[in-house]
Ligand binder design. Structure first.
Ligand code: AP5
Length: 220
């Protein structure tokens, strides 16, 4: 099977984390979600977390130079030798260029980009009801994907919390940031012929099936 260097692209709340977790179970590749990495750093009060917190709370992106090094280091690791799944990175054109440059150094390239497409109205509906596991970031929705026991993660039993950036005013800012800074990556990757667009406004299981089909075809 050929190497899979996968990028998950889509607006906040499109289901990148939900689908990323499921694909990760199938693919057994390292899964790097920059939002989770940054939230972990904020929780642990590391230098990375201290420099990222104010940007995240405001719904802004952290500066490119802060996040690029974090991902470059992981991609260059032994565990990512046969491929990786990126969720939430790249998010700007300079980040995409930095990723290409790092991979080129290693004689590799991004092989597939999956765009999970949903409308702004759907994003607002979803993020308002999202609950996130405090320990590992496992994702639920009070209506669309509830945990078996209210307020408790099915996977590791830790409490489910509302993310600081899931407040209505911050959600609107994150959407605006997505349209301005991240959406240009759709044509960036489309131009390279590696972008596949999936309708994310369906049942999560249907979305997963379509993504699996695309990845099976890409790897065969
Ligand atoms: P990050 O954590 O990456 O946030 P995001 O991209 O805004 O994405 P989300 O995690 O909000 O949503 P998702 O697409 O994963 O959806 P989910 O599966 O949870 O980043 C947070 C912040 O970190 C950024 O704002 C920025 O400050 C910073 N940052 C991160 N990366 C950065 C970078 N590269 N550069 C600079 N800054 C960076 O689903 C959402 C909800 O919908 C859940 O409740 C879920 O259960 C539900 N749901 C999912 N699928 C469905 C479905 N099909 N039908 C119904 N409900 C569904």
């Amino acid at each position: 099977m050929s190497e899979l260097n996968l990028v998950l692209l889509g607006p906040p709340g499109s289901g990148k984390g939900t689908q990323g977790e499921r694909l990760n179970d199938d693919l057994r590749l390292p899964y790097y979600a920059t939002g989770d990495i940054l939230r972990g750093a904020v929780r642990d009060e590391t230098e990375l977390g201290k420099s990222a917190k104010a940007f995240m709370d405001a719904g802004d992106l952290v500066p490119d130079e802060v996040i690029v090094g974090v991902i470059a280091e992981r991609i260059d690791s032994e565990e990512a030798r046969d491929g990786f799944i990126l969720d939430g990175f790249p998010r700007t054109t300079p980040q995409a260029e930095a990723l290409d440059a790092k991979l080129a150094e290693l004689g590799r390239e991004v092989t597939t980009v999956l765009l999970i497409d949903v409308s702004d109205d759907e994003v607002v509906r979803r993020l308002g009801g999202r609950r996130t596991c405090e320990a590992e970031g496992h994702v639920y929705h009070v209506e669309f994907n509830p945990p078996k026991q209210e307020g408790v993660c099915d996977i590791d039993g830790s409490p489910l919390i509302v993310r600081d950036d899931d407040k209505p005013e911050v959600i609107r800012k994150r959407l605006a940031t997505y349209h301005e800074k991240t959406e240009p990556l759709v044509s960036y990757y489309d131009g390279k012929g590696i972008l596949r667009r999936v309708d994310g406004a369906r049942d999560p299981a249907e979305v997963t099936e379509e993504l699996r089909g695309i990845l099976d075809a890409a790897r065969s």
